[in-house]
Design a protein around this ligand. Sequence first.
Ligand code: HEM
Length: 469
Amino acid sequence: MSSEHAPTIGPSSAAQATAPSKSSARGRIAPGPRGPFSGFPLMRNPLPFMEKLFREYGDVVGARFLNFPVYIVAHPEGVKHVLQENHRNYTKSQDYVILARLLGQGLVTSEGSLWLRQRRLMQPMFHRQKIAAFGAMMTDCTLGMIDRWSAIARRQEPVDVTSEMMRLTLEIVGRALLTMDLTSQADTIGREMTIANERFGQFDIGMMLPWLPTRKNFRFRKAVGELRRIVLDIIANRRRENRDYGDLLSMLLAARDEETGEKMSDEQLRDEVLTLILAGHETTANALSWTWYLLSQHREVERKLHAELDEVLGGRPPVMADLGNLNYTGMVIDEAMRIYPPVWAIGRAAIADDEIMGYRIPRGSNVMLSQWLTHRHPKFWEAPERFEPERFSAERVAGLPRYAYFPFSGGPRQCIGNIFALTEAQLVLATIAQSYRLRLVPDHPIELQPLITLRPRYGVKVTLEPARA
Ligand code: HEM
């Protein structure tokens, strides 16, 4: 991996000498660079910049974007305070306004009573038993991809496993949500979703000013308009058909508010569907993509993974009932998401003055909680850059504070799809690993690209080696 992004955090001895001690003085001002532009590198090169601030100033650091203060919090105690203990004092930050241009008022972007009502309506759809119904479909989609791969493997051609995982997770979420294959040639949802999604990775003036008549803004608006129209058509058809497909859309259509008995409007359904497609595929695809990269670099971990798969599955495809026995497989995924968290930071804005770990947070400030920093915090993770799935054994996890690891966030706004994602990732990993060992193409550059999710900038190019030679 490129040295620019090699994991290097941890207070240096020099920084320890100058870092402010957290004494009894409460409400102190968070240390950090104070200039009006001091927060700008957060946009350009966020990961090394956050690491540098953490090394120099410690667990709570302040910087500024023009007039807006931003506080970066690395310590699990601070994360817990914002996400759980004092969550009522925080709304989502401005970044989510940009996301709302695509997702409208879906579960990721909505706030207050609308969010609460929707969360209550949707929570039952994501219970373990409901997700279990999708297990066989998840494995089948993966087997379909493996079939497609066989010709590529015979020709010994490389594949970009990042695009393959994106395609696979889009197919899975499309089937779970709409009983549709969103990856087929004819499918415009998949295509327009990719255009809209990629727009979030392009930081330019048009992104800041969405009304500017630039080509990219025009394409984005067109894609969003098209997506909304298609999803509304699907909803209208479903209402006419009045048939239970057993998918998430059928559940959304049937859901009623417990207190008022109200159902969702078409616009609300549309926003929830688009939200679930976006939130539900790119994150899991990145988790899997980084897992393959890490496995390709750590033969001993790969060997242990195969030993477990051989013992539990003996070559047959996994089913839901196997997951409880695939402990090491689960630990490999947990550890991959520790090192490369698919969501690398989440932003909040303080409604009223607050105090995080003794530091004063004035109202209106942005607070950035970063999985990237916390998952590598040297106080909680020994040799944090080392890929070591055993860290996630039950005994070792029991010794960690809850928020030392929070790939799915926490508190009331914790990811609603976490069980879906973990089930999917385990089934996909177990299915593919039994067919192929993925070998990174020599000299293929691996570089981090922290957009909304943490992607490998040039993908992960691999060759496919049959698992059973
Ligand atoms: C490895 C995969 C995933 C990761 C790492 C992940 C991570 C996250 C995180 C960190 C949040 C909180 C964002 C914030 O508070 O600002 C979140 C929220 C959310 N995620 Fe996921 N997610 C994953 C998969 C999924 C899947 C598969 C679905 C749906 C099928 C999903 C749907 C959602 C929704 C709807 C929310 C908003 C929840 C709310 O605010 O009530 N996610 N996710």
